[in-house]
Ligand binder design. Structure first.
Ligand code: F6R
Length: 244
């Protein structure tokens, strides 16, 4: 495990984008695992900038997003698909046929999840997974209690997670979906390389816990400490409790 501490949220994004570009230069058709949320906005901004300035060819990239809310369609501004399209897909020359996304509107959610998992396996697994972390230690939407063996599935969101995401639902908690589809911990753990980003004071406590506490289902991100190629990029605020 490698921990990189940089100045602020913007620099977290820049550092992560540089690492992604390095991997894409090594392997043109890299399979990327992607995340949404506030933390990764500067990351996508930097990545788009680097791809354009350095003329990095993204046309062969394949991508799988981590999660999606149940009951929101792609065109819904609050869906993760919409977020990704706005912040990334529409800004780089990625082929949309190589973009894989969980469909939270699928008739049979179990089949949807099973096929997504198979899709990842059939492509040869994820080369590089980008993650944020929830204040409760979730990765993807694997909330506390998620098993290391968990695969892509439907989950219930915790109260903390719903509260944290209310900002994307015009402040109305009632509107935040209660259920989501997410890659499992074992799906995430199967990635060859994992980069987790965390920014801000609000993440300082969980960053300390997942890096120094017990490795357990109570803090799903803690499992990642056992991964052989795991990089954590933090800003100073998120790293502020690490010295204690
Ligand atoms: C989103 C996801 C979540 C977020 C996490 C942090 O695709 O998988 O695990 O990464 O909730 O969200 P922010 O960055 O908004 O604090």
């Amino acid at each position: 495990m490698k921990i990189i501490i940089v100045n602020d949220a913007r620099d977290v994004g820049v550092k992560a984008a540089e690492l992604v570009v390095k991997e894409v230069i090594k392997k043109k058709n890299l399979v990327l695992g992607l995340a949404t949320g506030g933390t990764v906005i500067p990351f996508y901004r930097s990545l788009v900038g680097l791809v354009k300035n350095k003329k990095i060819d993204f046309s062969y990239i394949r991508s799988f997003n981590l999660d999606e809310y149940v009951g929101l369609n792609k065109k819904d501004k609050r869906s993760f698909y919409y977020f990704m399209n706005k912040n990334f897909f529409s800004k780089v020359s990625i082929w949309m046929r190589n973009v894989y996304f969980l469909n939270g509107m699928a008739k049979n959610l179990d089949v949807e999840c099973k096929e997504y998992e198979e899709g990842i396996n059939n492509i040869g697994g994820i080369d590089l997974q980008i993650l944020g972390i929830g204040r409760d230690g979730h990765i993807g939407f694997n909330e506390p209690g998620s098993s290391l063996k968990s695969k892509t599935r439907e989950v219930l969101l915790s109260d903390i997670t719903r509260k944290d995401n209310v900002k994307f639902f015009s402040g109305e908690i009632k509107k935040v979906p209660k259920r989501a589809l997410t890659m499992g911990i074992s799906t995430i753990f199967g990635a060859k390389k994992i980069i987790l980003l965390a920014c801000g004071e609000g993440k300082a406590e969980i960053v300390h816990r997942f890096l120094h506490g017990e490795i357990s289902e109570e803090v799903p991100a803690s499992f990642l400490r056992r991964h052989k190629d795991f990089i954590v990029i933090l800003d100073k605020e998120a790293a502020s409790e690490l010295k204690n």
